[in-house]
Structures are given as C-alpha cells and as structure tokens.
Design a protein around this ligand. Structure first.
Ligand code: PMP
Length: 423
C-alpha cells in the first residue's frame, strides 16, 4: 500500500472524514520557514504550523538543547519528582507573565490548559463555600478547545454545541465585542457583558476570553479598553477572569502577552502553542497565590488534576530555549517589521470584490472573504504558488514564523493576492 493509501484509509486528520479521499501533502522535512514535500517541492509556511513554530523548523539552538536533554532523560513522572527543566522554565515564566501569577500547572495541550483553568475556578469557589458559582461566561466567536468543558465555552453556533448538546454544560454567552482594536470601548459596547454579569454573577465562577484577538472563532481584533472594562466588571461582580493566551502568547500580537495591550492581569492565564516554539506539545495554566492557597485550604486539599506527561522534561527544555531565543532578539522590532510587510503585501486584496476586509495586527494578517472558500481547492492553489496557507470558512490568514525574511514574506503575501484574485 502506498503512503497516501495508508493515510487515507486509516488515519484521521483534524476535522476530517476518514473516507473523504481528499489528498494530504506528505512533508519530508522542514528547515527555517520552508516545508519540503516528498516530491521535492518547497513551500513557505504561512501558518507556523497552527501559529506555534515561531523560530522556524530545525532551529540549531533548539535542536542542540533538546539533544542535550535527551542524553539526561526524555521523560520522568512529575508525581513526587521534579527536575531542572521544569524549575528553570517556571522561573522564566514567572519573570515574563504578570507578577500576580505565581502558581503554575503544566499540561500537554491548549485544551487541557483551559480545562485546568476552568477546574481551578470551580475548585476555588467550592473552597470559598460558594458551590453555586459553577457556570462560565464566554464570548460569542470564542474558541477555547475541543474537549468537553472547553467546547461548552466555544461559540455556541459555529462550535459543537448542537452536536453534543446533551453532554455540554450550559454556559452564558455575551455577544462578540464590536469595538475594534485601537478604538475606545463605549458603555454600549460593554453593556452586554455588564448585563450578563449583573444577572448571573451569583452562579458564575469565571469569565473566560481570548485577550485582544479571537483566533480560531473568527480572527477578530477587539479594543484593549473592552478588556480593561471586563477586568473591572469581574472585580465588581466577584467573578474570576480567565485569559486564554494560547494563540496570542509569546509575541504574536506585538506584546509578549496580549493582555499587556490593556495592562490587565487575569486571575488565571492559559498558555500553549508557541510556548515551546512549536517543537513539542506543552501548555500551562498560571494563577495567583490567593487562588492556589484557597484551593489548598478547601476540600479535598489538593488540586484535582495530574496528567501522565505533566511537565515533560523535553517539552520544558524546548519551552525554556524558545523563550530565551525570543527574548535574546529585538523581537518587538521584528514583529513590527512583519506587521508592516503583511499590511503592505495584503493591501491589494482590499480592491478585490470578493474580499470583505483586510486586517493586520502584529504577525497576524487576515483577509476576510465575503463567502466561505473551498478549503481543499484553495489549499491546492496555494501549494502551486509555493506557499502553505490553510484558510477556514471566510478567513484566509497568515501567521508566519517570526524568522521569515522580507523576501519570503513578500512571496507569501503575493501568493495570497494572486490566489484570491482568481477566487
Ligand atoms: N485556546 C485557543 C485560543 C486556541 O487557539 C486553541 C487552539 N487553536 C486552543 C485553546 C486549544 O489548543 P490545543 O489545540 O492545543 O488543544
């Protein structure tokens, strides 16, 4: 059987049918910003493998650090044991995240980091003798993951609510913030959130949101002032704030964490994706000492979660090395360079009838079409143009590795203009 045949008949890909017969591209290797296919074709990666390979593929320092760690141990259980990579990474995370966040829980994927955040909020309120506070407020067009608790706080229409309605807890949804990034947030803009908090604070554990950029639910950039006002409202109504920085963390929006645009500290912060520079799967949930202490003081006196691969030493090494690499560069200037390249390169799309809007923030460039695109056909067209771009719905977007140079960025944006012109 050929590789393609085995793959098509036996392997599920993300959000795919097992028997669709749709081809997938076979990657032989990857270096820098280029994927090399098995037929020798090279593609410039516009996706950073779903937004996480910030330093590019096969990065020499990353490889060396992982090889060195491999000589010591690739894995060891975290129950009752600890290790240098976890300790060094924790020090590093504490140094770069908001000061109030002092307690770190490691897990293996973004979805689990959000599950853990939700569980922390629930255990906190149970410890405070407020078990009635068990629901969550979320924003429409949000995306927080694919597991059951996280699905319940994803957009109720475009998410999986109807499919799993009997198994999902019923959460409270607030309309997507309409005030845009860079604009102010009026009383009318914040009113739906305030209304939800006023009506439901007694039964709500936390408000969960993606700060500044709603990612997989719509690639939408909203006002920093909305986030500030949301923080103030959470305090006023006694509801915790969970910020999901899984997509936005580690520089993507031009700040190390998107909450810095609003100078807001959450009660609980979720990070993942580019935490390891896209080398390994690792995520983390950070919270305040106040919350971790309250959980300790409640029943059963421990936080009830503990994954097998918690704080995997290789993954922690990848994360530590990736963060050090990022901080060793003038990364803010680099993101401004990419932002300018995306803005300039995607601008011609504005003239196309089929395009509704072009928006750019940091190293994120979005072309919103008026109609959904045919993903299979458009991906093939991008491959013919020598680039890897994978749109969803009406959204054709670029989130390249931060190491992309100006020429490759220009090739990438030119391919988007060229392919969308023919849509
Ligand atoms: N939260 C956000 C904001 C995300 O973008 C994602 C992944 N796209 C997740 C959570 C889930 O992460 P994972 O796919 O690693 O489970």
């Amino acid at each position: 059987m050929s590789n393609q045949a085995i793959d098509q008949q036996h392997i599920w890909h993300p959000y795919s049918a097992m028997h669709s017969g749709q081809p997938v591209y076979m990657v032989e290797s990857a270096h820098g910003v280029r994927l090399t296919l098995d037929d020798g074709r090279e593609l410039i990666d516009g996706m950073a493998s779903w937004w996480c390979v910030i330093h590019g593929y096969n990065q020499p320092q990353m490889n060396a650090a992982l090889q060195a760690q491999l000589q010591k141990m690739s894995h060891v259980m975290f129950g009752g044991l600890t290790h240098e990579p976890a300790i060094r990474l924790t020090e590093q995370l504490l140094a770069i995240t908001p000061t109030a966040l002092q307690s770190v829980f490691y897990s293996d994927s973004g979805s689990v980091a959000v599950e853990v955040a939700m569980k922390m909020a629930l255990q906190y309120w149970q410890a405070k003798a407020r078990p009635g506070k068990h629901r969550f407020i979320a924003l429409r067009s949000a995306y927080h993951g694919d597991t059951f608790a996280t699905m319940s706080v994803c957009d109720p229409v475009t998410g999986m609510h109807s499919l799993f309605k009997d198994n999902l807890p019923l959460q409270i949804f607030v309309e997507q913030p309409r005030c845009r990034f860079g604009a102010t947030c009026s009383d009318a803009d914040i009113a739906p959130l305030e209304e939800a908090l006023r009506a439901h604070a007694d039964e709500c554990a936390a408000l969960i949101m993606e700060p500044i950029v709603q990612g997989a639910g719509g690639m939408w950039f909203y006002s920093a002032e909305y986030l500030q006002r949301a923080r103030q409202l959470c305090e006023r109504y006694g509801v915790l704030l969970i910020l999901d920085e899984i997509a936005t963390g580690f520089g993507r929006t031009g700040k190390l964490f998107a909450c810095e645009h609003a100078d807001v500290t959450p009660d609980i912060l979720c990070i993942g994706k580019s935490l390891t520079g896209g080398y390994m799967t690792l995520a983390a949930t950070l919270t305040t000492e106040h919350i971790s202490q309250a959980i300790d003081d409640g029943e059963p006196g421990v936080f009830m979660h503990g994954p097998t691969f918690m704080a995997n030493p290789l993954a922690c090494t990848a994360a530590l090395t990736s963060i050090r690499l990022l901080l060793a560069t003038d990364w803010q200037e680099n993101i401004r360079r990419i932002e300018a390249g995306l803005a300039q390169g995607l601008a011609p799309c504005r003239k196309l009838d089929q395009v509704a809007e072009v928006r750019v923030l940091g190293a994120i460039g979005v072309v919103e079409m008026k109609q959904p695109v045919n993903m299979q056909a458009i991906t093939a067209a991008f491959v013919e143009n020598g680039v890897w771009v994978r749109p969803f719905g009406k959204l054709v977007y670029l989130m390249p590795p931060f190491v992309i140079n100006d020429d490759d960025l220009a090739t990438l944006t030119a391919a988007v203009v060229s392919v969308l012109t023919r849509q």
